[in-house]
Design a protein around this ligand. Structure first.
Ligand code: GTP
Length: 314
């Protein structure tokens, strides 16, 4: 967690945007959450779960750092894949600093190089190489990884503003990372009111929590075929002020009728579990009791259909 250090009186206030990039599972969402100190982005051990640009805001006396969490850049196979890559590139060109996340426990591979090459073409934005998950390796492996990252930069002509090892899970070097990112931001006033953690619309965050729960346990059966849309979020009428209830109606979209059974499970048990799990997370996020009404619907081949994609919020 970022320990707020008192700002020296003559230090100018800085504010700006940073985004973490890296291949799927590199630890971008977890790092965002750890820096901000609350669960704003969606983590899971499945790759490519972060579809929306989720911002977390680090408030410090000397700076405001707005973290933009992008989807992973990958070789596009569908229209959705192309759109996701466009989102990533647009974000890179707009932010003040890019944090390139490389997990310490995996040798640099083609996935990292693919992204690094793209990064090299964005000249203007400063880039910090962040070696993540350092709790998973011994010091020697970590040292080798830091050297490999340095070399990768030299090979591709990327000048790292910094190379910094961190562990989001172990809370190691997180405040140092913030200390290194802040000087790369322009001088400027607060961009968001103090106390704001994210400007992601609540409905999208709720939809992501449901999607995360719906993906859990269906490991290989439904990799990227689930989308969730929150149709309605309304306080239940006639409730006493001290016992509010929020009604949430959401649809889980799948691509084929054969996937319905997987999501719903025998006698509806799986869907019920998905409801219970996501309701708990939503209640924690919004701080209010929730009644969650979930339906499973088929939106045929939604990943390939521009009209469906728009309807599903892409
Ligand atoms: N041990 C350890 N595990 C971590 C750390 N950071 C992330 N992880 C784990 O790595 C996995 C992927 O982390 P995410 O934060 O979801 O990765 P991501 O880069 O956002 O992934 P996408 O959304 O797929 O792009 C999760 O299972 C995390 O719990 C860390 O510092 N230490």
């Amino acid at each position: 967690m970022t320990a707020p250090s008192p700002a020296a009186p003559d230090t100018p206030h800085r504010s700006g945007f940073a985004c973490f990039v890296g291949r799927p599972n590199a630890g971008k969402s977890t790092l965002t959450n750890a820096l901000v100190g609350t669960k704003v982005a969606i983590t899971s051990n499945r790759p490519q779960t972060t579809r929306h640009t989720v911002r977390g805001i680090v408030h410090r006396p000397d700076a405001q750092l707005v973290l933009v969490d992008t989807p992973g850049l990958h070789k596009p196979r569908t229209l959705l894949g192309e759109r996701l890559n466009d989102v990533v590139r647009t974000t890179w060109a707009e932010v003040d600093v890019i944090g390139f996340c490389l997990p310490a426990d995996q040798k640099l591979g083609p996935g990292d190089k693919f992204i690094a090459k793209e990064l090299a073409s964005i000249k203007r934005t400063p880039k910090v190489a962040i070696v993540t998950k350092t709790d998973l390796v011994d010091p020697r492996t970590l040292a080798e990884q830091l050297i490999a990252v340095d070399r990768l930069g030299q090979e591709l002509g990327i000048e790292w503003a910094q190379i910094v090892p961190v562990s989001a899970v172990g809370d190691t070097q997180l405040s140092l990372l913030a200390d290194l990112l802040v000087p790369l931001l322009p001088e400027g006033p607060l961009l968001y009111p103090e106390g704001d953690l994210t400007d992601e619309p609540e409905q999208i965050m709720v939809a992501e929590l449901i999607r995360e729960a719906a993906l859990e346990g269906v490991r290989d059966e439904l990799p990227h075929s689930i989308a969730v849309v929150v149709e309605e979020m309304l306080p239940r009428e006639g409730r006493p002020a001290d016992r509010p209830l929020l009604d949430i109606h959401a649809n889980i979209f799948i691509e084929r009728s054969s996937q319905k059974g997987i999501v719903i499970g025998p006698k509806g048990r799986r869907l019920k579990d998905v409801g219970t799990t996501s309701r708990r997370h939503i209640e924690a996020l919004l701080g209010t009791p929730v009644f969650l009404d979930l339906h499973v619907k088929i939106a045929k081949d939604w990943q390939r259909d521009p009209k469906q994609l728009r309807r599903l919020g892409f």
